[in-house]
Each structure stands twice: as structure tokens, then as C-alpha cells.
Design a binder for this molecule. Structure first.
Ligand code: COA
Length: 178
């Protein structure tokens, strides 16, 4: 468990998979700026078991209420390995600062536990909420990946953001793990 002030991040377990599949399959949870997709419980299980797939964490409020997820995964490159993150919150818990806190915890965790120089994230240029989250945590916009996602019937650009280890410097929120 990675503990923050208002939310905790908990490694996803098998018993969380039906909820994860339900979230993936409800378009209002994915929002209009992430790919429309459907996931079976078997596919969700595969994701949990494969080390090269996404590593998902449940975002929980302090009362244990599950409000979303945040994942990290490797982007392979011939000259190295980069870490990328992605996240989603259920609609009625947005706009309360929970996602910014979850990203802050994840950045602390990744820089403390992985030998990586940067963490990156991609977002649709129209996804202002996601860009605000990244900027609040200290990510910097590097540029536009043109026609990078096929989403909802069209090719869309993506903004790419990153935070470097030297910009992070030290843990901001992750003071305790349980
Ligand atoms: C992106 C997302 C995770 C943000 O979660 P959140 O908990 O609302 O984020 P926070 O409350 O920490 O911060 C959001 C900020 O964006 C602002 N915001 C939200 N919607 C906005 C909009 N349409 N225009 C301008 N600002 C907006 C909020 O006011 C807040 O800013 P503030 O802290 O200065 O007040 C959430 O909107 C979501 O789950 N969206 C669907 C999935 C998704 O798009 N995931 C990201 C893919 S890259």
C-alpha cells in the first residue's frame, strides 16, 4: 500500500478485476479522451499476470472506497526503457484533487523503486483536466505526437509530458508504505 494524505494506492489483486473490467467497459469512466475498448475478466487477469503489461493500482480513499486506477508500464526503445503512466477516476470523484495526489504518489514510488531517469504520460490535447494534473505534479510538456492514437473513429494527436529524476529531486508525498 502506498499511502498519501487523502488517497492510497493499492496493488490491484484478482478480486479487483471485475471492477476494473466494469470501469474499462463503461465509456463514462474512460472519458472521451481515452480509447473506447471492452475488456473481459480473462483479459484483465492476463494484464495482471504479465510482467510486460500494465501494472495497475487501485486508487482508494482513506475510507477504503475504490475511486479509480493508475497504471505504470514500460515503453521499450532500442536504446533503453522508459516508464509511462495512465489513470482514470470514476466521474463523481473528479475535480477533488484525488488524481493529482495519486500521480504524485506514483511518481515518488517509481523514482524511489526503479532505475529510471524519466516518467512520461500522453494525453489528448483537449483533455485539459489530465494536463492540469500533470502540470500540478511537475511534468513538462515536451511536444505533440502527431496522429498518435486511433480513438473513437479518428486519428488524434497526443501531447507528451515528462518529469525527469533531477526535476523530482525527492519524495513529495510518499512518506509511509504499509
Ligand atoms: C483526467 C482525470 C483523471 C483527472 O482527475 P481529477 O481527480 O479530476 O483531477 P484533479 O482534481 O486532481 O485535477 C483536475 C484539474 O483539472 C481541472 N479541470 C477539470 N476539468 C476541466 C476542464 N474541462 N477545463 C479546465 N479545467 C478542468 C480541475 O478544476 C482541476 O484543476 P485545479 O486543481 O486547478 O482546480 C479525470 O478527469 C478522468 O478520470 N478522466 C477520464 C479518463 C482520462 O481522461 N484519463 C487520462 C487519460 S490521459
Amino acid at each position: 500500500m502506498l499511502e498519501g494524505k487523502n488517497v492510497n494506492l493499492r496493488v490491484m489483486e484478482k478480486e479487483d478485476l471485475p471492477l476494473l473490467a466494469e470501469w474499462f467497459n463503461r465509456p463514462e469512466v474512460s472519458g472521451e479522451y481515452t480509447p473506447l475498448r471492452q475488456m473481459s475478466k480473462t483479459e484483465a487477469e492476463k494484464m495482471l499476470e504479465s510482467p510486460n503489461e500494465r501494472k495497475p493500482f487501485i486508487i482508494e480513499k482513506k475510507d477504503g472506497n475504490k475511486i479509480g486506477f493508475i497504471t505504470h508500464f514500460c515503453v521499450l526503445h532500442i536504446a533503453g526503457r522508459q516508464l509511462e503512466i495512465g489513470y482514470s477516476l470514476v466521474p463523481n470523484e473528479r475535480g477533488k484533487g484525488y488524481c493529482s495526489e495519486a500521480v504524485k504518489i506514483m511518481v515518488d514510488y517509481l523514482f524511489l523503486s526503479k532505475d529510471t531517469g524519466r516518467i512520461q504520460a500522453q494525453t489528448d490535447p483537449r483533455n485539459i483536466a489530465s494536463q492540469k494534473v500533470l502540470e500540478k505534479v511537475g511534468f513538462k510538456k515536451e511536444g505533440t505526437l502527431r496522429r498518435n492514437f486511433f480513438m473513437r473513429g479518428e486519428w488524434r494527436d497526443a501531447y507528451i509530458y515528462s518529469i525527469l529524476r533531477e526535476e523530482w529531486k525527492e519524495p513529495k508525498i510518499l512518506t509511509r508504505t504499509a
